[in-house]
Design a protein around this ligand. Structure first.
Ligand code: G6P
Ligand code: ZN
Length: 622
C-alpha cells in the first residue's frame, strides 16, 4: 500500500475558500440487507461486504444502507430533526477514504449541515470523542467512526462503522437495536450526485460544499484531544521527567490511528525522543499485524520490554529495556502497559491507577475519585481498592457504553455525579470522564504520572523506582489477583452455542451437588449468569457471561467466566477468563498462566470445550 499521507504538516488556518461545485440531491431505491446488527462496538464485516464486491452482496449499497438507517435512527431520537453537525473519521484501515466519501454524500443528501472530516481522514477513537464534546465553536451532535478497532485490516480483513452520540459516548443498545430494525425496512437512501470527491488532505479549515445546505469542513485532528489531555495531566512535570537520563519510554502504535497522536503528544508536546515510538505510521493493513495490544499480538513490544510471551520477565533483556512501554490498538483506544520486565494486566493497571489517584491531576484537582467501574470479566483487583478508598464501585457488562451512562449520570441525566470517574476492562481498555471512550494514550500518561509520583523522593544518582516496584508494592498491600484470558478464535458458531447451552443446562440451571469429585480437588461450588440493571437509566441487559465459582482443596476461591465475543466478524470467539486471589507473598513472582493452568484444565473439562469445538489449545493466552 501507498504510505499514508502526512498528518503533521499543513495549515491551521480557518475558513479557507470553499469549493462551490455542489451536487444534486437524489433519492435512490434500495432494499434491506440482512445482518446489519451492531455488536459490542459497532458493525464489523469483511471489507468486501462493505465494498459491495462480496459474492453475496454484489452491487448492493451496503455503506449507504447502513448510514441511512443510522441517520433515520438518529433523527427519530432527536425529535424528528436530522443531526446538524457530525464528524466522520476513521482509523485509516483499508477502505477508509472511499467510505468517507460515500458517507459524506449520504449525510449531505439527508441534510446534515456541517460535516467535519479530519485532515487525512484519520483520527483515533478517543480523539473523536474529545472533538464531539468540546470542539471550539460548538460541539457536534455525534460522530461516525470508521473502525473495526483491534481486528486486522486490508483486503479479506475487517472494516467497521460505529456511532458515537452527542456527549462523545458510543451509542447504546437501544440505538443500535433501532438502527438494526430500520436496516430491515429501508427502501431508499438519500445522497448527492455529481459533486467531486472532497480532498481530505486539504489544510484544516478548508470547506467543500456538497449541496446548497451541506458542507464538509476539514478539521485538525489533534486540537481538542491535546486540550483535554493537557487538562488531565501535568504536561510541564512530564516534560521535565522526560529528560531524566534513566527514564525512557516505548510506544507501539501498531500502524493504527494512535500513532500520529503519540507523535504529537509524546514527542512534540512532551519532548520524548523520536526513538520512543515504533510502528506509529498508520497503514491500511496495519503492516500486516493484528492490531490488538495483548501478549500474543504485541509480541514485538513485549520482547523489547524484557518479557516472555507468558508475561513473565526475561531477566537479561529486562535490564536494558525501557522504563515504560505501551501499545495501542487500531483505533487507539486500547492499551497494553508494561514496565521493564513487568507486564501489568489491564485489571491490575486499573486498580493501581485507582490507588494512585493522587498522581493524576484530573483526579487530584477534584479531591479524589467519586466513582469507579470495571467490566464483570475484569478481575476484582479494583474492588479492594475502591473499598479501601470508600468510593462507589460498579460492575458492568462488557462494552464501554455501560461506563458512558455512569460518567454521564450528571451531565446527561441530571442524576448523581460520579465524576471524576475511572473505569476499565480486562480487554485492555482504561479511561475516565475526560472523554466518553477508553483512551490508549491516557493510560500511558497515567503510568508516567504514577512513576513521577513514585520517584518524587528519589535522590539524584539513586536508581529510579520502577513499574515492577509499584506493582509489587500494590500486591503486598492488597494481595494479588492472578488473572489471564484464553481466546478460542473463529470457532464454528454452532459448536460455541452448544457449549454455552451445555453450561446453562448443566451448571447454571443444573444440580452442582451431583458433580463427581475431581482429582485436581478444584470444586465447582456456585454459578451465575450475569445480568445488569443500569443504575442511571434503569435498562436491563441479560446473558452477559456465565460465571463458574470454584473452591480449591485448601479453601482458596477462584472464578472462571465463559463469554462469546461481540467484536468478531466471522464464526465465534470463545473467551475464558480465569482469576484467583492470592495472599501468599511468596507466590507473587510467578507467571499467571502457570498458576491458573489447573483451574483452566478443570473448567475446560467441565464445559467439554475440546469435545464440542475440536480445539486443543487457545489461539491467544493473555
Ligand atoms: C470493544 C469495546 C470494549 C469491549 C471489547 C470487548 O473493544 O469497546 O468496551 O470490552 O470490545 O470485546 P469482546 O470481543 O470481548 O466482545
Ligand atoms: Zn479499539
Amino acid at each position: 500500500y501507498a504510505p499514508v499521507k502526512n498528518l503533521y504538516g499543513g495549515g491551521q488556518q480557518q475558513h479557507l475558500a470553499a469549493s462551490s461545485s455542489s451536487g444534486t440531491l437524489a433519492e435512490i431505491p434500495t432494499s434491506p440487507i440482512p445482518g446489519m446488527k451492531p455488536g459490542t462496538s459497532g458493525l464489523r464485516k469483511k471489507v468486501e461486504i462493505w465494498q459491495g464486491i462480496d459474492d453475496e452482496i454484489k452491487e448492493k449499497y451496503y455503506v449507504e444502507n447502513f448510514i441511512q438507517s443510522l441517520l433515520d435512527t438518529a433523527k427519530a431520537n432527536n425529535k424528528g430533526e436530522i443531526p446538524k453537525t457530525l464528524i466522520v473519521a476513521g482509523d485509516g484501515r483499508y477502505f477508509n477514504d472511499e467510505a468517507i466519501q460515500i458517507i459524506c454524500r449520504v449525510l449531505a443528501g439527508n441534510g446534515v449541515e456541517n460535516i467535519w472530516v479530519p485532515r487525512s481522514g484519520i483520527m483515533s477513537t478517543p480523539a473523536v470523542s474529545a472533538a464531539i464534546r468540546t470542539r471550539e465553536g460548538g460541539s457536534a451532535d455525534g460522530g461516525i467512526i470508521l473502525t473495526a478497532s483491534h481486528n486486522p485490516g486490508g483486503p479479506g480483513e475487517d472494516f467497521g462503522i460505529k456511532y458515537n452520540e452527542n456527549y462523545g459516548q458510543p451509542a447504546g443498545e437501544e440505538f443500535t437495536d433501532a438502527l438494526y430494525e430500520r436496516s430491515l425496512e429501508i427502501s431508499s437512501f438519500k445522497t448527492v450526485q455529481g459533486s467531486p470527491d472532497i480532498n481530505i488532505n486539504a489544510p484544516a479549515g478548508t470547506t467543500f460544499s456538497l449541496s446548497p445546505t451541506s458542507a464538509v469542513t476539514i478539521i485538525d485532528p489533534f486540537t481538542e484531544y491535546v486540550k483535554v489531555l493537557k487538562e488531565s495531566f501535568n504536561f510541564d512535570e512530564i516534560c521535565e521527567f522526560a529528560k531524566h537520563p534513566d527514564f525512557s519510554i516505548l510506544f507501539d502504535g501498531m500502524h493504527g490511528a494512535g500513532g500520529p497522536f503519540a507523535q504529537r503528544i509524546l514527542i512534540e508536546e512532551l519532548g520524548f525522543p523520536k526513538s520512543s515510538l515504533m510502528r506509529c505510521d498508520p497503514r491500511p493493513d496495519f503492516g500486516g499485524c493484528h492490531p490488538d495490544p495483548n501478549l500474543t499480538y504485541a509480541a514485538e513490544l513485549v520482547k523489547k520490554m524484557g518479557l516472555k510471551s507468558d508475561g513473565s520477565a526475561d531477566e537479561s533483556a529486562a535490564s536494558t529495556a525501557p522504563t515504560l512501554g505501551a501499545s495501542n490498538d487500531g483505533d487507539g483506544d486500547r492499551n497494553l502497559i508494561a514496565g521493564a520486565g513487568c507486564f501489568v494486566t489491564p485489571s491490575d493497571s486499573l486498580a493501581m491507577i485507582c490507588d494512585n489517584w493522587k498522581a493524576i491531576p484530573h483526579f487530584e484537582k477534584a479531591g479524589g475519585l467519586k466513582g469507579v467501574a470495571r467490566s464483570m470479566p475484569s478481575s476484582a483487583a479494583l474492588d479492594i481498592v475502591a473499598e479501601s478508598l470508600d468510593i462507589p464501585l460498579f460492575i458492568t457488562p462488557t462494552g464501554w457504553k455501560f461506563f458512558g451512562n455512569l460518567m454521564g449520570s450528571k451531565e446527561q441525566f441530571d442524576k448523581r455525579d460520579y465524576t471524576p470517574f475511572l473505569c476499565g476492562e480486562e480487554s485492555f481498555g482504561t479511561g475516565t470522564d475526560h472523554i466518553r471512550e477508553k483512551d490508549g494514550l491516557w493510560a500511558m500518561l497515567a503510568w508516567i504520572s504514577i512513576l513521577i509520583d513514585a520517584n518524587k523522593d528519589t535522590a539524584e544518582g539513586q536508581p529510579l523506582i520502577q513499574v515492577k516496584d509499584v506493582v509489587m508494592n500494590h500486591w503486598v498491600k492488597y494481595g494479588r489477583h492472578f488473572y489471564c484470558r484464553y481466546d478460542y478464535e473463529a470457532v464454528e458458531t454452532d459448536a460455541a452455542n452448544k457449549m454455552v447451552d451445555l453450561i446453562r443446562d448443566n451448571y447454571i440451571n443444573g444440580d452442582l451437588s451431583a458433580l463427581n469429585e475431581d482429582p485436581s480437588g478444584i470444586k465447582l461450588v456456585a454459578t451465575e449468569e450475569f445480568a445488569y440493571t443500569d443504575p442511571v437509566d434503569g435498562s436491563v441487559t441479560s446473558n452477559q457471561g456465565l460465571i463458574l465459582f470454584f473452591r480449591y482443596a485448601n479453601g482458596d476461591d477462584a472464578r472462571v467466566i465463559f463469554r462469546l465475543s461481540g467484536t468478531g466478524s466471522a464464526g465465534a470467539t470463545i473467551r475464558m477468563y480465569l482469576e484467583k486471589y492470592e495472599k501468599e507473598k511468596e507466590r507473587y513472582g510467578e507467571a499467571a498462566p502457570s498458576i491458573l493452568k489447573s483451574l483452566a484444565d478443570r473448567a475446560i473439562a467441565l464445559v467439554q470445550l475440546q469435545e464440542l469445538t475440536g480445539r486443543e489449545s487457545p489461539s491467544v493466552i493473555t
